[in-house]
Design a protein around this ligand. Structure first.
Ligand code: 5GP
Length: 175
């Protein structure tokens, strides 16, 4: 698919951000490139439009930049999975391990019903810890997580192992 090269080309690599040694994959330049941004959304939409998906869950913050466009196009609801203390209503929470320390994702109670078919969207998967927490949130309320979709991922995603057996769909590898 020639669109994948355009997507990859639009991602900027920022060395040593946010700290020494990290090659940060910056998707804000992808958002500046209308064609590449549209290709990104279109590929996910083509994949998910006929899979009877009623929930697109987006991971804060960069999952919010792709998830809502996908949800609108496939006729699903968008559910934000947020960092602690951001959602005003009653929430359930799942912690996950980071390189240093832990973090947590929260979801509003009542946003997703038992039996709904969901996908989880984020910009990048590294260890898969974040997506695993997202999957646990959705499964706790009885939803079926059909797949996780990310713009960027390592081919040999170690994350696969931690995704609770859920398929992972990745568009491009890190640059
Ligand atoms: P994981 O939990 O899979 O180890 O890390 C994935 C999370 O870290 C995602 O929410 C992603 O947004 C963020 N992340 C880690 N490194 C990068 C990076 O280089 N670029 C971007 N855009 N996000 C990153």
């Amino acid at each position: 698919d020639p669109r994948l090269q355009a997507i990859s080309n639009a991602i900027r690599v920022v060395p040593h951000f946010p700290k020494q040694g990290i090659m940060f994959q910056d998707i804000t330049t992808l958002l500046l490139d209308h064609k590449a941004f549209k290709h990104t959304v279109d590929i996910f939409v083509d994949r998910y439009k006929d899979m009877d998906i009623s929930v697109v869950a987006g991971v804060e913050a960069r999952g919010f930049m792709f998830g809502p466009s996908i949800a609108l196009a496939i006729g699903a609801k968008f559910v934000p999975l947020r960092k602690p203390k951001k959602l005003p209503g009653e929430v359930i929470a799942e912690a996950y391990e980071l390189e240093y320390g832990r973090d947590c994702l929260e979801m509003h109670v009542g946003a997703v019903e038992a039996g709904e078919r969901a996908i989880v969207i984020d910009d990048l998967v590294a260890t898969g810890g974040t997506l695993s927490a997202a999957i646990r949130l959705l499964e706790r309320v009885g939803a079926q997580v059909v797949e996780c979709g990310c713009v960027i991922g390592l081919r040999e995603v170690k994350g696969q192992l931690r995704l609770n057996g859920k398929p992972l769909y990745i568009l491009v590898e890190p640059r």
